[in-house]
Design a protein around this ligand. Structure first.
Ligand code: HEC
Ligand code: HEC
Length: 216
């Protein structure tokens, strides 16, 4: 079991290095100005994500404490380039991203990444242990990899590689996992999350979404 986990972690990081290597060495990210990001966050994003990115509406994800590279990538994916359909489709966010410049997106990412995330609590006592087991070890029977291999033991993510998923609303996490599974969300590099979500049953999605909300 342990060896398998290490192997999966190895594959995760190898993929990460090849996919995100360019982002990690991104000199532009270093020039981001969180104060300029704050000005947009507190006037525009505030309605749905709260001024500090700790949204209080479960359908609107928390942005506080998310890795800056992931926020920047998502905003870029929400923005359509030319006549092309945006890589991540969501009518609200596609509209929001349309007006943002590349510098705006970097500044917003730097601002929200620096805000501490307020945690949630797991609500379903009956599935917490099951969720934890899946999170840490995956499911050998179905080939589901351990989430921890990529998202980290505390779900904090790995900057420039994998997003934070801990402390997020379970409703949002569940919706994203379903959306990856149906292929509706398809902006994950190398189909990483789509292939994983395809292996997930509804009870697994529920248990994991609830567990990671309370993970810290
Ligand atoms: C009218 C409400 C609304 C406003 C205003 C809004 N958002 Fe969003 N945002 C959403 C919703 C809803 C989602 C979830 C989309 C989905 O389900 O795929 C989202 C998703 C996101 C995500 C993806 C998060 C993740 O974990 O993948 C980012 C990043 C984001 N918003 C940034 C912003 C920024 C920056 C602003 C301000 C410029 C903003 N949003 C303004 C509603 C809003
Ligand atoms: C091989 C690495 C890998 C593994 C293992 C993995 N993920 Fe992911 N996950 C990713 C990547 C990469 C993304 C970002 C996709 C993107 O750029 O849009 C992601 C995104 C997500 C998101 C979307 C976050 C958001 O804010 O919208 C959720 C939820 C998620 N993963 C849950 C899980 C769960 C639950 C597991 C365990 C069953 C898991 N992941 C296992 C690589 C992985």
């Amino acid at each position: 079991m342990k060896l398998k986990r290490i192997l999966i972690a190895g594959i995760g990081s190898a993929l990460a290095l090849s996919v995100f290597g360019a982002l990690a060495a991104d000199p532009e990210a270093a020039k981001a100005d969180p104060a300029k990001g704050k000005a947009i966050a507190t006037t525009v994003c505030v309605t749905c994500h709260n001024a500090d990115g700790n949204s209080v509406i479960p359908g609107n994800p928390k942005l506080a404490g998310q890795t800056d590279s992931y926020i920047y990538k998502q905003l870029s994916n929400f923005k359509s380039v030319g006549d092309k359909k945006p890589e991540r489709v969501n009518p609200i966010m596609n509209g929001m991203a349309a007006g943002l410049s590349d510098a705006d997106m970097r500044n917003l990412a730097a601002y929200f990444a620096a805000q501490p995330r307020k945690s949630e609590v797991a609500k379903n006592r009956e599935t917490v242990e099951y969720g934890q087991r899946l999170y840490r070890a995956g499911d050998a029977a179905t080939g589901l990899p351990a989430c921890a291999a990529c998202h980290g033991p505390t779900g904090a993510g790995i900057p420039a590689q994998f997003p934070r998923i801990s402390g997020q609303f379970s409703e949002y996490t569940e919706a994203q996992l379903r959306s990856f599974r149906s292929g509706e969300r398809s902006n994950d590099p190398n189909k990483m999350m789509r292939m994983i979500a395809l292996k997930m049953t509804d009870p697994e999605i529920k248990a994991l979404s609830d567990y990671v909300a309370g993970l810290r």
